[in-house]
Design a protein around this ligand. Structure first.
Ligand code: SIN
Length: 492
């Protein structure tokens, strides 16, 4: 009955996915203050649209709506929640081209990758639509015969999802799909760079028929104030964030006031090791895929390449040739493989890290220059050393520094010499080495002879200062559910 009412409501459809209002409590709304902010295309600088610039009070209203929706939503059967997710999944795929276009226009991501991201993002919804039906509990043998021990899993409550601009769609679905599957309403706070994809997703969630208040998306430039409310509001029971380690630490301290459960997917400093027994051409292919995806702006992008001394020159030369062949430009243009960076700040950081590396002895083997606007040439830096900023900090741009090593033991130490521990990659043909190195690397995810490792079936997340928790996979639901132990006593 509950669902039917909302399916009927969603029949009032508008095919245009460019939404310029926020979605709160089942309605499209402006900011209470009436303020708006502009969203611009990083490829051209052009204005795309203006959206509401919401403040703490506006977000409080979204939290209240989500909280009011929690009780009736969690009472839906797992099957009904699964059906809603499946419907949303189908709508996203039906609107793949329009979503991808919007994503490219607001994030600069090249169109082929945007299409890939829509499919990748949708795959989390498909995955958790299935998992919704499998949140099994447990029956545990009791220590005495007069008792029975049962464990059930229950929805955690309102979930706040704070998402980044580098994956405007998939980082939302990777968080909200398990929450919605588990029976938890969501408040999505997208970044100010890419609110439009998030609002388009909200439109499709409305069309899918999620009950009023279950799915909310705000928009704001006041990230610290709004983030504080999401952290400190007692009605929010779980906060899931993807972004920098620096911001993750601030959110964690703010969440301590309510002891809120958190999942944090933070920065990385991924090593990519090429041993001298590797297939060098395969390693170069993997290197290009991993390093230059989204112009180098992903948390799992390679940050440091390590090539063994015997094959160092061969790897650097082949990588340089492959990088020189990359087509750079507006992500909407056919064949373009590397788009602009997201902002002036991002571009300046890339320039600074390259200048620092060159000053400390790096040799520019390809690229190394800005190209006007927010474009930077894909770059290879040979002779990289540990004292360069790029050895410790995430460059988040299309720059590939290559370090030299001589032994397995040495490179494991070099690879682990970072506060981060998200992804790592290595290339070798030696099976014993595969196990040794994979086990020795301090990280949450390892690609062996593979540069692209993300998918809905696998647990995504890091160790050390790269985060807390895992997203996706059969483990993903547990982060949005609470265990309850029930004791049956006096059994005769
Ligand atoms: C990220 O960069 O945060 C996500 C990358 C991925 O899902 O592959």
């Amino acid at each position: 009955m509950f669902i039917e009412v909302f399916y009927k409501k969603s029949k009032v459809q508008n095919d245009n996915l460019l939404k310029t209002e926020a979605y709160v409590d089942g309605r499209w709304v402006t900011a209470g203050s009436g303020k708006t902010f502009n969203v611009n295309n990083p490829a051209t600088g052009e204005l795309i649209a203006s959206v509401p610039d919401m403040n703490r009070e506006d977000v409080r209203a979204a939290i209240d709506a989500a909280h009011d929706a929690w009780q009736p939503y969690r009472e839906l059967s797992a099957k009904d929640r699964s059906v809603l997710l499946r419907k949303w999944y189908t709508l996203i795929l039906e609107n793949k081209d329009e979503l991808a276009n919007l994503m490219t226009i607001e994030s600069g991501k090249v169109l082929k990758e945007s299409i890939g991201e829509v499919e990748y993002g949708a795959s989390f919804i498909e995955w958790f639509a299935e998992e919704a039906k499998r949140t099994y509990g447990d029956v545990i043998p009791a220590p005495t015969n007069d008792k029975r021990i049962v464990v059930i899993k229950q929805s955690i409550g309102v979930v706040a999802a704070l998402t980044p601009w580098n994956f405007p769609l998939a980082m939302i679905t990777r968080k909200v799909a398990p929450a919605l599957a588990a029976g938890s309403p969501v408040v999505v706070k997208p970044p100010s760079e890419t609110p439009l994809t998030a609002l388009a997703l909200a439109e499709l969630a409305e069309r899918a028929g999620f009950p009023r208040g279950v799915y909310n998306t705000i928009a704001t430039t006041e990230s610290s104030e709004v983030g504080k409310e999401l952290c400190e509001n007692r009605k929010v029971r779980k906060l899931s964030f993807t972004g920098s380690t620096q911001v993750g630490k601030i959110l964690m301290s703010q969440c301590s006031s309510t002891l809120k459960k958190m999942s944090l997917e933070l920065g990385g400093n991924a090593p990519f090791i090429v041993f001298d027994d590797a297939d060098i051409d395969a390693a170069v292919k993997g290197a290009i895929a991993s390093k230059f995806r989204n112009s180098g702006q992903t948390c799992v992008c390679v940050n440091r390449f390590f090539a063994q001394d015997k094959i160092y020159e061969e790897f650097v030369s082949k990588l340089t040739a492959a990088v020189a062949a990359l087509k750079i430009g507006n992500g909407l243009d056919p064949g373009v493989q590397v788009g602009p960076l997201i902002s002036e700040k991002g571009l300046n950081k890339v320039k600074q890290y390259v200048e620092d590396a060159v000053a400390k002895g790096a040799a520019v083997r390809g690229g190394g220059k800005e190209m006007g606007g927010l474009y930077y040439q894909p770059t290879v830096l040979a002779n990289a050393t540990a004292d360069m900023i790029i050895a410790q900090e995430e460059v988040f741009g299309p720059v590939a520094p290559v370090f030299k090593f001589s032994s397995e033991e040495e490179v494991i130490k070099m690879a682990n010499d970072t506060e981060y521990g998200l992804a790592a990659y290595f290339y070798t043909k030696d099976v014993s080495r595969c196990w040794r190195v994979a086990e020795a690397l301090e990280c949450g995810m390892v690609g062996i002879n593979e540069g692209l490792i993300s998918n809905a079936a696998a647990p995504f997340g890091g160790v050390k200062q790269s985060g807390i928790g895992r997203e996706g996979s059969k483990y993903g639901m547990d982060y949005f559910m609470e265990l309850k132990y029930i004791c049956f006593g006096n059994i005769q």
